[in-house]
Design a protein around this ligand. Structure first.
Ligand SMILES: O=C([O-])CC(=O)C(=O)O
Length: 163
């Protein structure tokens, strides 16, 4: 997979009045401090079966945006899923919820944003949730196919990649 330099979120925010700038609620994980790509969305709650299914599919440089309803009672993403996401070419994962195995995630060449860490794993096997719907958190609407950039300054969403 070729790794393209992600444009700075500051420059994107300055140059694009249409940019949505996420509320600064995220902690940063992963071996890639800056990442960007088209958005794929998931809406789940304390069940990460769909997250695993997604990162087992070709990522093609996309960013998986997982709305976990903000639950801080378990982790929706962890070290094994980070390996799968990297292997399948996902640029990053943004979680409205918690992750675990922070050190293992940091060892993978993807970017991850989440509200917190939590040692407990989520439910598996219910396969509850929905893919491809617009999701709303951090003051931002994340729509499948729109474009996200993240770096140490924050997370920005644009309707399309900058020209
Ligand atoms: O599988 C999970 O629920 C998350 C996790 O711990 C991992 O990815 O290693």
């Amino acid at each position: 997979m070729t790794e393209q330099a992600a444009p700075a979120t500051t420059d994107l925010s300055d140059a694009h009045p249409e940019a949505q700038v996420c509320d600064p609620v995220f902690q940063a994980f992963g071996g890639r401090p800056a990442f960007s790509g088209p958005i794929a969305t998931l809406k789940v709650f304390e069940d990460n079966a769909l997250v695993r299914e997604a990162v087992e599919q070709p990522g093609e440089g996309r960013v998986l945006v997982v709305d976990g309803g903000g639950s801080l009672r378990c982790a929706l993403f962890g070290g094994n899923l980070a390996v799968l996401a990297a292997q399948h070419g996902w640029a990053g994962v943004v979680v409205n919820g918690a992750v675990r195995d922070a050190d293992e995630i940091d060892a993978q060449p993807i970017g991850v944003r989440a509200l917190a860490t939590h040692p407990r794993r989520s439910v598996k096997g219910l396969h509850s949730g929905q893919a491809g719907l617009p999701v709303l958190f951090a003051g931002t609407v994340f729509r499948e196919g729109e474009w996200l950039a993240a770096d140490r300054d924050g997370v920005v969403v644009l309707p399309a990649p900058p020209a």
